[in-house]
Design a protein around this ligand. Structure first.
Ligand code: 0PR
Length: 385
């Protein structure tokens, strides 16, 4: 009966609304530690249009498949990829890193991965799922991979070297040009984890910031992963693994009876088209110039945040490379809990004795001003100032 049906709908939505009021939201802007943000409005619209599409069976959705191809082409151009390159859409940095290491393992039949100490914890998952061994390389005083410590760790069992372009904790960039040379000399696979930095670094270059190259311009770079749901300003879950040689996809393909395509590459079967349509729509709408303006604004907010941090007597770990700041704190977890009680969410990095602030698109100067007042008071209450 329609009235019963309406009542049921109302009840369900009442429950959903109650759940949602318990969440933090990006639009109330009290989230300062996340690497995600409120998706661009165009992403939301596009996502909903493609809700039922599934690229696990691409012949059913050739239109969505076309958008995927165009989106990948945007990234390959942005990353100066050769004509032989391709891309594979994934759910984010974790799947991007797993897929890259899967390719490296299949190509080399070896199982040791050389990673910086700053590598994302997804590499611990890789070690466990794929039975690979991590060789952790210490960082320099600038929190980047110490290139001098790598060569002696290369053995006949090394499958890949990993570099981070925009580290999770501080947004630093490893010395990728030097790593590229080294991997070329040693014939080693080099994966760049640019989950965060991939949508930042090209535009920092454009804005005149001095940051190292990180992409396929460097001959030694084999794969790059980048997330649209981080600085791509789109909806979760969506990342791309860019791959220098398209035939490497065969290494991670299996026969796929029952679906319309004969083989399927990658980890997932069912693959949502919504995030892909959303990510494509944002890139098409913003274009290169729109992202340049976005990165410029995020960097200005970062510089403003840094200035206000020092004004209240705190200090940053080092000058920020991108829109990520580490703020020195004696007891980060205690401070993060105290800030959370007051409705502000930042992340604790205990081993660096700092809190991580990420100036995502939803963070404005006004938010910084509001936060600084709360931060100062909370630091005083917790013996940090
Ligand atoms: N690689 C790097 C360099 C990353 O920073 C991250 C995530 C990943 C890979 C993995 O990406 P996915 O989580 O998309 O698979 N870095 C953030 C972090 O761990 C993720 C994050 C995002 C955390 C939003 C909190 C949050 O609210 O800090």
């Amino acid at each position: 009966m329609p009235s019963q049906h309406n009542q049921k709908m109302k009840d369900v939505f009442k429950e959903l609304d109650i759940a949602r009021t318990k969440d933090f939201t990006f639009s109330n802007s009290h989230i300062l530690g996340s690497m995600c943000t409120a998706p661009h409005p165009i992403a939301k619209k596009a996502y909903l249009k493609f809700l039922e599409t599934n690229l696990g069976d691409p012949e059913l959705f050739p239109g969505t498949k076309e958008l995927e191809t165009r989106f990948i082409q945007f990234l390959l151009t942005l990353f100066h990829a050769p004509k032989t390159a391709t891309g594979h859409i994934v759910s984010g940095g974790t799947e991007g890193n797993i897929t890259a290491m899967w390719i490296a393992k299949e190509l080399s039949r070896k199982n040791k991965i050389i990673v910086p100490e700053s590598a994302h914890f997804s590499f611990a998952k890789i070690a466990s799922i794929m039975n690979m061994k991590l060789c952790l390389i210490p960082l320099t005083s600038e929190y980047i991979m110490d290139i001098k410590k790598i060569r002696k760790n290369i053995t006949k069992n090394t499958a890949a070297v990993v570099a981070v372009a925009g580290s999770t904790e501080l947004g630093t960039i490893d010395p990728i040009p030097e790593l590229s040379d080294l991997c070329n000399d040693e014939h080693l696979f080099l994966h760049v984890d640019a989950a965060f930095g991939g949508f930042v670094i090209p535009f920092l270059h454009e804005l005149g910031y001095q940051v190292p190259d990180f992409d396929f311009k460097l001959q030694g770079v084999s794969t790059i992963c980048v997330d649209s749901h981080k600085m791509g300003w789109s909806a979760i879950p969506m990342g791309t693994l860019c791959i220098r040689e398209n035939h490497w996809l065969e290494e991670i393909s299996v026969k796929s009876p029952c679906i319309s395509s004969k083989t399927q590459a990658g980890i997932l079967g069912t693959r949502p088209g919504g995030p892909i349509a959303a990510a494509y729509a944002v890139t098409k709408y913003l274009e290169y110039d729109g992202y340049t303006k976005l990165v410029k604004r995020c960097m200005q907010t970062t510089q403003y945040m840094e200035k206000q941090i020092t004004t209240i007597g705190l200090s940053v770990i080092q000058q920020p490379t991108m829109n990520v700041l580490g703020v020195r704190i004696k007891n980060p977890t205690r401070l993060v809990n105290a800030l959370s009680q007051k409705g502000w969410r930042v992340n604790a990095v205990d081993h660096l004795s700092c809190i991580r602030l990420v100036m995502m698109p939803h963070v404005t100067k006004k938010i910084v001003d509001d936060f600084i007042l709360v931060l100062k008071k909370t630091c005083e209450e917790n013996g940090e100032l």
